[in-house]
Design a protein around this ligand. Sequence first.
Ligand SMILES: [Zn+2]
Length: 121
Amino acid sequence: MPAARPPAAEAPGRYIPATFTGPATGPADASPAKVEDMGGIILEGVLFVALLATVATLLFYALVRWTPLGLRFRQVANRRKIEDTLELDCPIHGPQREEEMVRLPSGSRICPTCYKEALHE
Ligand SMILES: [Zn+2]
């Protein structure tokens, strides 16, 4: 088949892309270099995403650590934590485990012992 290629390739005015190497150098020759290029491109993409994640994390840390907005976030988190522990603390039966709490149809939570007592009355 090589006899058929040169007249077509050397025909005047015919466009041949620069990457076209002809049928003689098939996928067996081009594939190792291509695979290396793809590996480099993928590695570059992964590193770029890692860089973006690092920068975003540092910005978020600086925002939360050293700005009034961060102080506000931490205060809100403290309030939620205290409210959650208070919700788990029954005034009659003391602290309860979160998994054992009973959620009423209204959405509020009640201690299991109080719920049993309420059911038996
Ligand atoms: Zn209770």
